[in-house]
Design a protein around this ligand. Structure first.
Ligand code: NAD
Length: 251
């Protein structure tokens, strides 16, 4: 069965060829959705545009940190598709530094893309979702938020991802009355470009010792959790956090 037939779904930060976002957009598309891919990387946007039928897709260059860009995305989606059912806040950046090393502009960058971006993009789509009386927003946090640091994220990344959980829970309370659900996914270590090529074999073996399911995660593992939270399968679930970490952090 197709789980997202006739739904219009936006995924931010979704043009990276090896990323969680593009895998999610593809899975949603396979499930019948019209998909909107946004990304700050213009070249990557141009490369993914041809992967989807034009009548069921829209690829937009947009920076989630810019409120204007977020509003422009929402307007373009409404102009083309007339509704917005799902927003996956997936755009994110990390930086593997220690507490002492965090510089003011690093703090701004990491907090802005992950947390401010979630706020601005959500604010851009919720008026339409409220008007429809339905919508699902899914936020990409991280195991780093829960255990105080992952492997590739510094303390400022943990803070931003933990902030996303708090913001999302508060949104879930406020938006529930309008039929809008807000949930989060907390991935463990997923093999994507975000690791910046720094994941060598020795490091990998050591990490696997701490993962009961004995493998790293794939973008598809996360995409499947997004699919569940985006679809009506989860229609009584809001304010929840789903761990997709192979058991790396059981709490
Ligand atoms: P990725 O680097 O492949 O994807 C991130 C995408 O976001 C890129 O395409 C990038 O161009 C885009 N982006 C960056 N800044 C942006 C901005 N200002 N506006 C719009 N787009 C922007 O990495 P990924 O691993 O696929 O990460 C996806 C999400 O999952 C991120 O939020 C990340 O923090 C989160 N996450 C990843 C892991 C992991 O292990 N890979 C674990 C936990 C959480």
């Amino acid at each position: 069965t197709k789980l997202l037939e006739n739904k219009v779904c936006i995924v931010t930060g979704a043009a990276g060829i090896n990323g969680i976002g593009l895998r999610t957009a593809k899975l949603f598309y396979e499930h019948g959705a019209s998909i909107v891919i946004t990304d700050v990387n213009e070249q990557a946007c141009n490369e993914v545009r041809a992967m989807f039928d034009e009548d069921r897709s829209l690829v937009l260059v947009a920076n989630v940190v810019s409120k204007d860009d977020c509003e422009r995305v929402a307007s373009a989606v409404l102009e083309k598709f007339g509704r917005i059912d799902v927003l996956v806040n997936n755009a994110g950046i990390t930086q593997p530094v220690k507490f002492d090393e965090i510089q003011p502009d690093d703090y701004d960058r990491i907090l802005d893309v992950n947390l401010r971006g979630m706020l601005y993009m959500s604010q851009a789509v919720t008026p339409q979702m409220k008007q429809q009386g339905s919508g699902s927003i899914v936020n990409t946090s991280s195991v780093s938020a829960q255990r105080g640091g992952g492997i590739f994220g510094g303390p400022h990344y943990s803070a931003a991802k933990a902030g996303m959980l708090g913001l999302g829970k508060a949104m879930a309370r406020e938006l529930g009355a309008f039929g809008v659900r807000v949930n989060a996914v907390t991935p463990g270590l997923i093999a994507t470009d975000i690791t910046g090529g720094k994941l060598d074999d020795a490091m990998k073996a050591k990490i696997l010792e701490g993962i009961p399911l004995n493998r790293l995660g794939t973008p598809e593992d996360v995409a499947k959790a997004f699919l569940f939270l985006a679809s009506d399968l989860s229609d009584y679930i809001t304010g929840a956090t789903i761990d997709v970490n192979g058991g790396m952090h059981i709490h």
